[in-house]
Ligand binder design. Structure first.
Ligand SMILES: Cc1cc2nc3c(=O)[nH]c(=O)nc-3n(C[C@H](O)[C@H](O)[C@H](O)COP(=O)(O)O)c2cc1C
Ligand code: SF4
Ligand code: SF4
Length: 248
């Protein structure tokens, strides 16, 4: 079973390529995983972006809410800009609390695409997962290992309010795509059809990145975050992830 969280689409691209290589059904969202759970002994591959040197808050929250994780082998693949911090080791800590251990994990960054080694890395992961090999990438450095959990905890405390930083331009066409895309349904449409952000944001930037009218504006620091969607992926692909359920 492949479980994916993705805002701008890079993790979804990875999850779909892994599903194809491993001969697995299409990835399901973290919320669908929480509803449906994995089957005992099944292989579980978690694919997600790095946020503030850790995994998305939703992923660790859902893991913490589970009674136990009974998957056979658990793997993780994190996509990142270029400074992944200790995302895999933080995730491993949450999994261990639920009786599971991360058997293997990889980071895939924008550099892998720019340096044309994206598909090479996907093939390496597919081979390793198929063979059930173990191996967890350590954090970037001793300094990052020490700082990441602190920064990550601060991020988790404040991330819900990220929606308050979005501003809407007059160019909004009231198409409602942002509300449909939001992986945690943190956007509602007002009587005037314009989006309103709640306080359960995950800072995934899906609304910001995929708005067809580019009507959503973010604070200055938001503009520094990489939010360009990957080539070849569409908003429909992200909507499909949100609606995907585990095949019967
Ligand atoms: C709120 C936020 C925090 C981020 N923090 C980091 C980070 O600490 N290190 C990093 O390398 N990339 C960071 N990124 C970049 C994302 O990890 C990267 O763009 C990822 O591929 C996005 O995945 P997605 O397209 O599946 O949403 C951050 C992005 C956002 C939106
Ligand atoms: S996706 Fe953009 S144009 Fe459509 S409702 Fe949201 S902000 Fe407005
Ligand atoms: S409101 Fe926007 S940034 Fe926040 S979780 Fe929803 S889509 Fe992501």
């Amino acid at each position: 079973m492949i479980v994916c969280f993705s805002g701008t689409g890079h993790s979804l691209r990875v999850a779909r390529d892994l599903a194809q290589g491993l001969g697995e059904p299409p990835p399901v969202s973290v919320r669908a995983w929480e509803r449906q759970r994995e089957t005992a002994g099944e292989r579980l591959v978690l694919v997600f972006p790095v946020y503030a040197f850790g995994p998305p808050r939703l992923l660790t929250t859902v893991i913490d809410r589970m009674e136990a994780i009974r998957a056979g082998q658990v793997y993780a693949v994190a996509t990142a800009g270029g400074t992944p911090g200790s995302a895999l080791t933080i995730l491993d800590g949450h999994l261990r609390e639920r009786g599971a251990v991360l058997r293997g994990g990889w980071i895939i960054t924008r550099w892998d695409t720019w340096l044309n080694r994206y598909h090479i890395k996907i093939n390496i992961m597919v081979r390793a997962i198929k063979e059930g090999r173990a191996g967890l990438l350590p954090g970037s450095s001793l300094l990052f290992d020490a700082l990441s959990p602190l920064l990550y905890r601060g991020f988790c405390r404040r991330v819900g309010a990220t929606g308050r930083r979005f501003r809407l331009a007059a160019t909004c066409t009231r198409c409602g795509l942002c509300a449909r895309l939001c992986p945690v349904d943190n956007i509602t449409l007002g009587d005037d059809g314009r989006p309103r952000w709640g306080d359960a944001c995950e800072a995934c930037l899906a609304c910001y990145a995929w708005c067809p009218a580019r009507a959503i504006r973010f604070g200055w620091w938001g503009r520094l975050l990489p939010a360009e969607p990957p080539a070849g992926l569409t908003a429909q692909d992200l909507l499909a992830l949100k609606e995907q359920t585990r095949p019967a």
